[in-house]
Design a protein around this ligand. Structure first.
Ligand code: G4P
Ligand code: NA
Ligand code: NA
Length: 192
């Protein structure tokens, strides 16, 4: 087990509906030291790829994305789920449907932060059905930027996200891959 899998095993709990609760260190309270290590792991993996921007979606993607940007020495952009009052610029928008929450939200970023010369690393806390990552890649596409990789903190490998993203041609790198959350037990892919 790697450092993150150990932490999930120790502090994660499984809720009904195949949901993993990790609010002690990732989705509510944030362990900054752990996030720093996560950022370093993503940076090491994508170091040679000339990444110019890291992009994520609010809220829980921001912490791992910021530490990844720190490690790579590049800016971090988070897509917004609601329009900010200060967003007067031209916006790039796309729709993201959440199977978990059964809602569609319009996510957006200001077009001034992404250009056709950007090599983008997409970071998110969870990969379930892949809709958030796909939406972020659509925003990059609209800007003419290249998505160079996708870094995921926790992948629920029993859901369809990875397959969807790989079929679309993306290089997906997940720090923890969960094979199953059945019977309230976290089982990692590597254990199988
Ligand atoms: P998808 O993007 O892969 O298609 O995932 P989905 O719509 O199913 O997930 C919707 C939201 O639920 C996302 O957060 C995602 O990070 C989160 N999520 C998915 N599976 C789990 C899980 O097992 N545990 C936890 N804790 N979260 C999960 P969000 O609502 O878009 O954003 P945020 O504001 O909570 O970050
Ligand atoms: Na979340
Ligand atoms: Na997220």
């Amino acid at each position: 087990m790697n450092f993150l899998e150990k932490r999930i095993q120790q502090e994660g709990s499984v809720l009904d509906g195949n949901v993993l609760k990790v609010d002690q260190f990732l989705t509510h309270q944030v362990d900054a030291q752990l996030m720093q290590k996560i950022g370093e792991e993503f940076a090491a993996k994508f170091q040679a790829k000339n990444i110019t921007k890291v992009i994520t979606i609010e809220a829980s993607g921001i912490a791992p994305a910021v530490f990844t940007g720190l490690s790579l020495g590049v800016p971090v952009i988070f897509a917004r789920k609601q329009k900010s009052v200060t967003m007067e610029d031209e916006l790039l928008c796309t729709e993201v449907y959440s199977y978990t929450k059964k809602v569609t939200s319009t996510v957006s970023i200001s077009s001034k932060f992404l250009t056709p010369t950007d090599n983008v690393l997409v970071i998110d806390d969870f990969l379930a059905n892949g809709q958030a990552a796909l939406g972020l890649s659509e925003l990059c596409q609209k800007a003419g930027a290249t998505v160079t990789g996708i870094g995921i903190v926790i992948e629920k490998s029993f859901q369809s996200g990875r397959e969807l993203l790989e079929k679309a041609g993306f290089d997906v790198y997940s720090l923890a891959r969960i094979a199953s959350l059945e019977n309230q037990q976290v089982q990692f892919l590597t254990e199988k």
